[in-house]
Ligand binder design. Structure first.
Ligand SMILES: [Zn+2]
Length: 350
């Protein structure tokens, strides 16, 4: 009930600010902010099998760039954070894209270049290096060819992890939102090496070609260099895109600094980092320590909100958006409308 009331208040407040035009005035009155909108892909033939909530249509994105650009400066995350520290200029909005998908070069860059804008692409380094994908892509690729039940059956045929086998059998028997529960078990409960091995076996069995899929779906280092030359900031997002909190401190260090080293070797060391998956349970103090010691100035989460000078740079807020994210809610976050209520103890931003 409390959550429902919060959702109603959130809608009423955002619609009021947006449709009266007050969001423009409030945006000028509130202290300088950097709001980060984030996604993974611009809808493109290369990412057709990825879920809709990972993508945004090119035309929709253009509308956002043009509309929000009237009142705020579009910046990269790195530039935005520097400008916040110097307290210069108007409030800012940044677009970030996670992982390093191929469409970022073919579909995103032309939209940015047409407007002379920058963005930040956080790169997971292994796909750019080794023609190898993390398991989530094999999971989505398989789901484009079979239903959840068939996928679990194929998984169980290959898995050697008794705990995961037991949990997946329970999930199947319980029904409900299989997509959500399956991902949860695979991400947080199962042995990660077994998840990789089992999904790879199921993927190959179904005719999947990992290097070919990797080349189609992800950027190469040459592509990343072309993005960078086009004015896009490249950030760190680890080597393998594993859940950092599932690793010990040394393992986290390897993941974070390994990604930074690949950026430094191919291009230049980056100042911006994003935690894989980005929820607060996906990383911990060891992760932030690793991020700092690898030379990054900021680390971004996937918790919605806006950022000010006083935001902890190791936990920048970012809002995961897709084609269904309403304009009035985004406009309210950007103008500081949710931030204002937070000052009065009312948090409606997520
Ligand atoms: Zn990611």
């Amino acid at each position: 009930m409390k959550h429902k009331l919060k959702m109603i208040l959130r809608q009423v407040w955002a619609r009021f600010l947006y449709h009266t035009g007050l969001h423009i005035l409030l945006g000028k009155l509130m202290p300088q902010r950097l709001t980060i909108l984030t996604s993974h892909c611009v809808t493109h033939k290369t990412n057709a099998f990825l879920p809709q909530d990972m993508k945004i249509e090119g035309r929709r994105l253009e509308a956002l760039l043009d509309s929000f650009g009237k009142h705020y400066d579009w910046v990269s995350v790195g530039d935005g954070w520097s400008r916040l520290q110097s307290a210069q200029g108007r409030s800012m909005v940044a677009l970030s894209m996670d992982d390093g998908y191929h469409d970022n070069l073919e579909a995103l860059l032309p939209l940015l270049q047409k407007r002379g804008l920058s963005a930040t692409v956080y790169l997971e380094s292994r796909p750019l290096d080794g023609q190898s994908l993390n398991w989530t892509h094999k999971f989505f690729w398989l789901l484009a060819r079979m239903d959840h039940k068939q996928l679990v059956e194929r998984y169980l045929a290959h898995s050697q992890d008794p705990l995961a086998k037991q949990r997946l059998a329970e999930v199947l028997a319980a029904g409900g939102d299989l997509n959500y529960t399956l991902k949860k078990v695979l991400k947080y409960e199962a042995d990660q090496a077994d998840v990789e091995a089992s999904l790879t076996a199921a993927f190959v069995e179904a005719g999947g070609d990992e290097p070919a899929l990797c080349r189609e779906l992800y950027l190469s280092w040459d592509d990343a260099k072309a993005l960078h030359a086009g004015g896009v900031e490249l950030g760190g997002h680890t080597v393998h895109h594993w859940v950092l909190s599932g690793l010990d401190a040394a393992g986290q260090q390897q993941e974070v600094s390994g990604g930074q080293q690949r950026l430094a070797t191919q291009l230049e060391a980056s100042r911006s980092f994003a935690y894989p998956f980005g929820r607060h349970w996906d990383w911990n103090q060891d992760s932030s320590d690793a991020v700092r010691s690898a030379g990054f100035a900021t680390a971004a989460t996937t918790h919605a909100g806006t950022n000010t000078r006083s935001t902890d740079p190791m936990r920048l807020s970012r809002w995961m958006i897709d084609d269904n994210t309403p304009m009035h809610l985004m406009a309210t976050e950007l103008c500081g409308g949710f931030e204002l209520l937070r000052k009065f103890g009312l948090d409606l931003s997520e």
